[in-house]
Design a protein around this ligand. Structure first.
Ligand code: SF4
Ligand code: SF4
Ligand code: SF4
Length: 379
């Protein structure tokens, strides 16, 4: 019943989005996008529909947990759909454990959304104003090709390579933003009955939390990745779980809820075959992902999410490449490296081109135009 309500909620929300785009347009309310909080409020002090959405999401997360993610996010829903389709096709990707799950989304949030907008705000006349119509619905949305690619890479490919909700766990900065209120949430999944350790709850969790381990060790789900989807509760055959309130003064909150804890995943990897760990390569992954993403971010209209989705998938193919034939393995790795080296070269030229143009030396800009004849920044 509860899952029917969740699916209904997700469908209704998508209908609302379509109505907003095609029926109401920008007449009353403009873009209702999470990133508005950073691009509009942190940067200029503007309160718009996106900012209100983030405030509502933050407050409701403090009370009910990450309902926004489990019950309202189209990207979360798409990844659940991808997992469902792969399962139907008898494909069981491994859900990947890594410390990057904790640090990468936070790094993306700080590097791309908080710091640049904060710096801008400190250098301008920052003041609070209200404008619900601005920016327009399409202001931050990519075109049809990049949009479709983003859905394919971040919604499906990443689930195939990194397992359950790979995008939410490894990339999404909004998820990182909601982790703090989520750990303080008044309502949580708690152990309120006898558990038979059947692991059905762990198996059914769409974001790869070892529910069985957490509820038996802490009497509640402590992972800040929990999206309050209730799948573990509705699947439990012993009714050992419930979604219940605890007086915040009696609640124990620990720093370990935010940090990557080895035990939880070690435990899962012993019991299940479809979990894997890349922790020993975390640093190599981090460097590759960061470099790869920055070489293509902004090129051809590629947005941050797609850039990081491609980068993480490419890094995974290079390092965790299980292709049996050595020749194909090296050919694929070489192709991927060539692709990013070439784009890194273009990126450097774009940077130099902008510098030359600023210095009123259009002749030197020529080199950039030869490798990348596109609109660049303000030019
Ligand atoms: S973590 Fe991000 S993508 Fe995933 S459900 Fe939450 S907001 Fe959506
Ligand atoms: S722990 Fe339970 S409520 Fe939380 S995401 Fe997993 S299945 Fe959903
Ligand atoms: S599904 Fe219920 S009984 Fe089974 S391990 Fe989870 S909490 Fe325990």
């Amino acid at each position: 019943m509860i899952q029917k309500a969740r699916i209904f909620c997700l469908i209704a929300l998508h209908i609302l989005i379509l109505l907003h785009i095609f029926y109401w347009g920008d007449n009353v309310v403009g873009s209702v996008d999470f990133q508005e909080f950073f691009h509009s409020f942190v940067k200029y002090g503007i309160i718009n529909a996106g900012v209100i959405l983030v405030i509502v999401a933050f407050i409701t997360t403090l009370i009910f947990g990450r309902f926004f993610c489990g019950w309202g996010c189209h990207f979360g829903a798409i990844q659940e759909l991808a997992w469902f389709i792969l399962k139907k096709m008898n494909i069981q990707p491994k859900t990947i454990d890594s410390k990057l799950v904790t640090f990468l989304p936070l790094l993306i949030l700080i590097h791309l959304y908080i710091l640049p907008n904060l710096f801008f705000a400190t250098e301008t006349n920052w003041h609070i104003s209200v404008n619900l119509k601005d920016p327009s619905i399409w202001a931050f949305l990519p075109g049809a090709i990049i949009g479709t690619l983003t859905f394919i890479v971040d919604g499906f490919l990443i689930v195939y390579f990194l397992g359950k909700k790979g995008f939410c766990r490894f990339i999404c900065p909004w998820g990182a933003f909601l982790k703090l209120p989520n750990s303080l949430a008044l309502f949580k999944v708690r152990k309120t009955g006898e558990c038979t350790h059947c692991h059905v709850c762990t198996d059914s969790c769409p974001i790869g939390i070892d529910v069985n381990y957490e509820i038996n060790k802490y009497t509640k789900v402590t992972s800040t990745n929990c999206t309050s989807c209730m799948l573990c509760i509705s699947g439990c055959p012993s009714t050992a779980l419930s979604y219940s309130y605890q007086n915040p003064l009696k609640e124990d909150v620990s720093l370990s809820y935010y940090l990557p804890t080895k035990n939880k995943f070690k435990n899962m990897m012993h019991k299940y075959t479809n979990y894997d760990s890349i922790r020993i390569y975390d640093w190599i992954y981090l460097i590759l992902i960061f470099v790869f993403a920055n070489t293509i971010d902004g090129m051809y209209g590629i947005g941050h999410f797609l850039a990081y989705g491609i980068a993480i998938t490419a890094a995974f193919i290079i390092i965790n490449n299980k292709i049996a034939t050595v020749a194909i393995k090296y050919a694929l790795t070489s192709l991927i490296l060539l692709f990013f080296i070439w784009h890194g070269f273009i990126k450097i030229n774009i940077y130099l081109g902008n510098q030359y143009a600023d210095a009123n030396n259009p002749n030197l800009l020529q080199r950039t135009i030869q490798v990348y004849a596109q609109k660049m920044g303000k030019y």
